[in-house]
Design a protein around this ligand. Structure first.
Ligand code: SAM
Length: 206
């Protein structure tokens, strides 16, 4: 599955309808488009039933997630400490709360952390939700290249847990933690893409 996912990272098979929406919705913000497409495709590939996002705000990412969930029949829990309800959809439940107080019984197929990008918050979210990620599942931390503290947080957390993650340098960057971890034999494929790196590159062995 992960190789298929990686092959799609360059976006050749995106639905016309989604592309039109993205180009229109993100016209002042084109650098987010590759990440939005990866988020969309990951939800489809995992046939995600439960998606959790931290940071609802304008609902830009929620709209993308909902487009994918319409196809998988899954549900988004969009958590924000401020009250936002930007998209009216039966596929979303809005949770107005700090993410630390949010619990869910079912395993999470995809978690998208687009919260404060603060060092402690990024780590706290990983601590809170990593054990609830399904196998297979994906944990994404957004904007890690533009937020140095978020980058340090994912790097430190991964090192402490002896885990690798995929660093995506496109746009504002993103970190992808896979469960199960990406097998070593495929890491060369990742590193052959100029815009992706597996971090840490040598230590991680699961
Ligand atoms: C970058 S914005 C999210 C943008 C949104 N994903 C979009 O596409 O429009 C970050 C959001 O995270 C929320 N946030 C920050 N810290 C949080 C926390 N500890 N718990 C829940 N939400 C938090 C903020 O209130 C803010 O609305």
């Amino acid at each position: 599955m992960f190789i298929a996912w990686l092959n799609k990272l360059d976006g050749k098979d995106w639905p016309e309808e989604l592309m039109k929406y993205l180009v229109d919705a993100e016209k002042r913000d084109h650098e987010h488009i590759p990440h939005a497409l990866t988020l969309y495709q990951s939800i489809l590939d995992l046939n995600a039933q439960i998606v959790v996002e931290i940071g609802t705000k304008e609902g830009k990412s929620a709209k993308i997630i909902v487009e994918a969930l319409k196809r998988t029949g899954g549900h988004l829990y969009s958590v924000d400490k401020c009250e936002y309800k930007p998209v009216d959809s039966p596929f979303i439940t809005y949770v107005t709360s700090d993410f630390v107080k949010f619990n869910i019984d079912n395993p999470i197929d995809v978690l998208f952390d687009d919260g404060s990008h603060d060092y402690e918050e990024v780590r706290k979210a990983l601590d809170n939700f990593w054990s609830s990620i399904n196998t297979p599942g994906l944990y994404i931390v957004a904007d890690v290249d533009s937020h140095i503290l978020a980058k340090e947080a994912v790097t430190d957390w991964a090192e402490e847990k002896n885990m690798g993650f995929l660093f995506d340098f496109r746009g504002q960057g993103a970190a992808y933690f896979f469960k199960p971890s990406y097998p070593n034999r495929y890491r060369g494929v990742i590193d052959s893409h100029q815009m992706y790196k597996w971090i840490p590159r040598e230590k991680d062995d699961h």
